[in-house]
Structures are given as structure tokens and as C-alpha cells.
Design a protein. Structure first.
Length: 202
């Protein structure tokens, strides 16, 4: 996923107003224009974005939420000019913790993030592709999960780097249940309740 990470910049101040002394951040509140034409409005400390604020990039993308030492940190919402949106938790400039990512085509991921990637437990919801609920790692299905196709078939079991890998159960829309062992998406050995047979696949 394309991500814009805030750098630690000492910004040029435009009409800064002091906050109440003894406040949480003991900084300043106002508006600043950065060298790349981005505009920040909000709280600041030691020349860096710190506290609650809103950042508008030159291409029209926006972030509104919490900052710490110049980086997105805490809760916030990033709306991209190309159509995707992230809402959730940040740490040191990257998506970390729980959040939701809406793709420009309407697909949705909701769950855990680590360093800007889908990692942990989550669910992927789509109106045009298969839906998945389970474990993720580095943006891929990884671990145990349940995959359901639009045709009505489903697979519940183990995944590795986006592929069926390990033991799992496939339930077809017709009602046939296939218990199988997989390796990188290929079925090696299966048992089908329809034929009541055990077979290997070369």
C-alpha cells in the first residue's frame, strides 16, 4: 500500500497562537505551510506537529488526528486523493493496531495492522471477490482463516503467504465437503464425503 510518512520538519510558522500554559502539550496552535505546499493546522511542540491536527497535502489528500514529534501517532483518518481511506490507530507514522482500510473499488479490510500492513486478525470484505476472515501477515492470508467465494464455495483451514497451505476443509456450493492437505495452493491429499474416498493428487 502506498503510504506517505511525515518527516520531522521544523515548519515555517504562520500566525501561531499560544495554547493555555500547563496544557497537555504546552505548545502552540495555528497554521503552517510546509515547503512541499502541504498545510498543517493544529497543535505543535518544539517546531514539530504534536497533539491534534489536520494535514492537507498538495494533491488534496488529508490526515486528521493525533501527532507526536512530527509523526502520525494515535487515532486518525487518512483520506487519499486517489480514493482509499484509512481510519484507525497509528504509531510512529504508520498504521499500527486496529483500523479499517477502504479500497478505492469499495473493498474493505477491517482488523489489525503492523507497520502499515494487514497483520494479525482481520476480515476482508468484497462484493466482487472472495471474502476472508482470519489471520493475516504482511498483507497476505497467513495462519488460520475462512475464505468464501461469491459462487458459494468455502475453505476453512490453514494459509501460508496467501495460499492454502496445510490442512483444511473445502465445502462446495453443492454441499460436497472435501477434507484435504495443501501445499502452496495445490491439493496433495483429499477425502470427499461425496464419493467416500481418499485420493492423492500428483
Amino acid at each position: 500500500m502506498n503510504r506517505k510518512v511525515l518527516t520531522l520538519l521544523v515548519v515555517a510558522l504562520i500566525g501561531w497562537l499560544p495554547t493555555t500554559y500547563g496544557s497537555k502539550y504546552q505548545g502552540w496552535t495555528g497554521t503552517a505551510k510546509l515547503p512541499d505546499s502541504s498545510v498543517y493546522t493544529g497543535e505543535m511542540k518544539n517546531g514539530l506537529f504534536h497533539g491534534k491536527g489536520r494535514l492537507v497535502w498538495g494533491d488534496g489528500s488529508t490526515f486528521e488526528g493525533e501527532f507526536k514529534n512530527g509523526l502520525r501517532n494515535g487515532l486518525g483518518t487518512h483520506e487519499s486523493s486517489v480514493g482509499w481511506t484509512f481510519e484507525g490507530s497509528y504509531k510512529e507514522g504508520l498504521e499500527n493496531g486496529f483500523g479499517s482500510y477502504k479500497f478505492r473499488n469499495g473493498d474493505l479490510y477491517e482488523g489489525e495492522f503492523s507497520n502499515g500492513e494487514f497483520s494479525g486478525t482481520g476480515k476482508f470484505i468484497s462484493t466482487k471477490r472472495a471474502n476472508y476472515q482470519g489471520q493475516f501477515k504482511y498483507g497476505n492470508y497467513h495462519g488460520k482463516g475462512l475464505l468464501k467465494t461469491l459462487a458459494g464455495d468455502s475453505y476453512e483451514g490453514e494459509f501460508f503467504e496467501g495460499f492454502q497451505h496445510g490442512k483444511g476443509k473445502e465445502t462446495l456450493a453443492s454441499g460436497v465437503i472435501v477434507t484435504a492437505e495443501w501445499k502452496h495452493g495445490n491439493c496433495l491429499l483429499y477425502t470427499s464425503d461425496a464419493a467416500d474416498e481418499r485420493s492423492s493428487v500428483d
